[in-house]
Design a protein around this ligand. Structure first.
Ligand code: SAH
Ligand code: SF4
Length: 337
């Protein structure tokens, strides 16, 4: 199912109907056309039959209620996961999937272990956000941030991801600020280049995870086609073009990429990029695929080396470990509540 279907159904109606329908879906966040009271009842019935707003999902909540994971079943039976992260400062971030599985097969990644099925349609991307937005609305809250760090590689589904973002960003829709939307990529250079010419001020994150090709290719097979130099070249272009800060994500995997030497190598690797325009995000690895997480002492040392070299560093807080809801750790598993 896709939004095209909705457009098609409403094509025969007066032009303002489409606008009304979008407002019901994305502003009023209705889950049934019966609640769209100013639409004629025969149209409501038709829409309920042909463009149902019902989202089939199972929810799993972390013990601390800081995060929720939803397993959504799509109309063809495919299953995808999406996560809501509730921050103490009131922000609500939805971690969005862009594909069913991922064809890139990174060795540390739960999604990469799944069989890749297909790209998500625009509506299927939107559904994930709507699902949590509807629930939050009941509590007087809203979705404030989005990260494309769920299942799949967003830049392999560039057009649908961007179309969904445009709708979510629209002030007549969910009105999620572009600066509050981030796309994470393993380094698909064509996507980075396209994003550089987009007028939307969304954030870019690059999953780097290693300071050299030899190491990176062991966990990111795609590095063979997109070696680090090619990614950095295009990131440099992106920075110059947009003047926006880029984030490099670096998973801290014990005895793999977390030594002092590797920290120095990373500093050296990034020496030609403007320091004020990138930040390294050290991510505590959620052990899922036989790799182990670095101990805190090693993360601390690694961080110190970067800071001494005047590189900006952040650390990603572990969210929802008990429900395997860390972003990028999704595998469309059945939720066993
Ligand atoms: N395909 C994109 C987006 C999805 S992954 C990409 O790779 O960037 C989003 C983030 O979650 C990536 O930085 C990824 O490396 C990270 N991630 C994957 N598995 C993880 C795990 N087990 N623990 C912590 N982060 C993980
Ligand atoms: Fe795909 Fe990203 Fe997982 Fe790699 S880390 S397999 S690119 S989802």
């Amino acid at each position: 199912m896709d939004l095209d279907k909705l457009n098609k159904i409403l094509k025969k109606e007066p032009a303002y109907r489409l606008k009304q329908a979008y407002a019901f879906i994305f502003k009023d966040l209705v889950d049934n056309w019966d609640k769209a009271t100013n639409l004629p009842s025969d149209l409501r019935q038709k829409l309920n039959k042909e463009f149902s707003l019902n989202i089939k999902a199972k929810v799993l909540e972390a013990k601390t209620k800081e995060s929720q994971k939803a397993l959504l079943t799509l109309s063809d039976g495919s299953k995808i996961e999406t996560v809501l992260l509730r921050h103490e400062d009131g922000r609500n971030t939805v971690c969005v999937s862009s594909q069913v599985g991922c064809p890139l097969g990174c060795l540390f990644c739960a999604t990469g272990k799944m069989e890749f099925a297909r790209n998500l349609e625009i509506w299927e991307i939107l559904m994930q956000v709507l699902f949590f937005a509807r629930d939050l609305k009941k509590k007087g809250e809203r979705v404030s941030n989005l990260v494309f760090m769920g299942m799949g590689e967003p830049f392999l589904n560039y057009d649908n991801v961007m179309s969904a973002i445009k709708i979510l960003n629209d002030k007549d829709s969910l009105n999620i600020g572009a600066r509050h939307i981030s796309i994470s990529t393993i380094g698909i250079t064509e996507g980075i280049k396209k994003l550089a010419s987009q007028s939307l001020q969304i954030n870019l994150a690059i999953s780097l995870h290693a300071p050299n090709n030899e190491l990176r290719v062991k966990i990111v097979p795609m590095n063979q086609n997109y070696p680090i130099e090619s990614i950095l070249k295009i990131v440099d272009f992106y920075i110059k073009e947009t003047n926006r800060q880029v984030m490099f994500e670096y998973l801290m995997i014990n005895d793999f990429n977390d030594s002092e030497n590797e920290a120095y190598e990373l500093v050296d690797l990034l020496k030609n990029l403007k320091k004020s325009l990138f930040v390294i995000n050290l991510i505590a690895y959620n052990p899922t695929q036989g790799f182990k997480a670095s101990p805190t002492s090693k993360i601390k040392r690694f961080k110190e080396i970067l800071i001494k070299s005047k590189i900006k560093v952040t650390e990603r807080y572990r969210f929802g470990q008990d429900i395997k809801a860390a972003c990028g750790q999704l595998a469309g598993e059945e939720c066993n509540i």
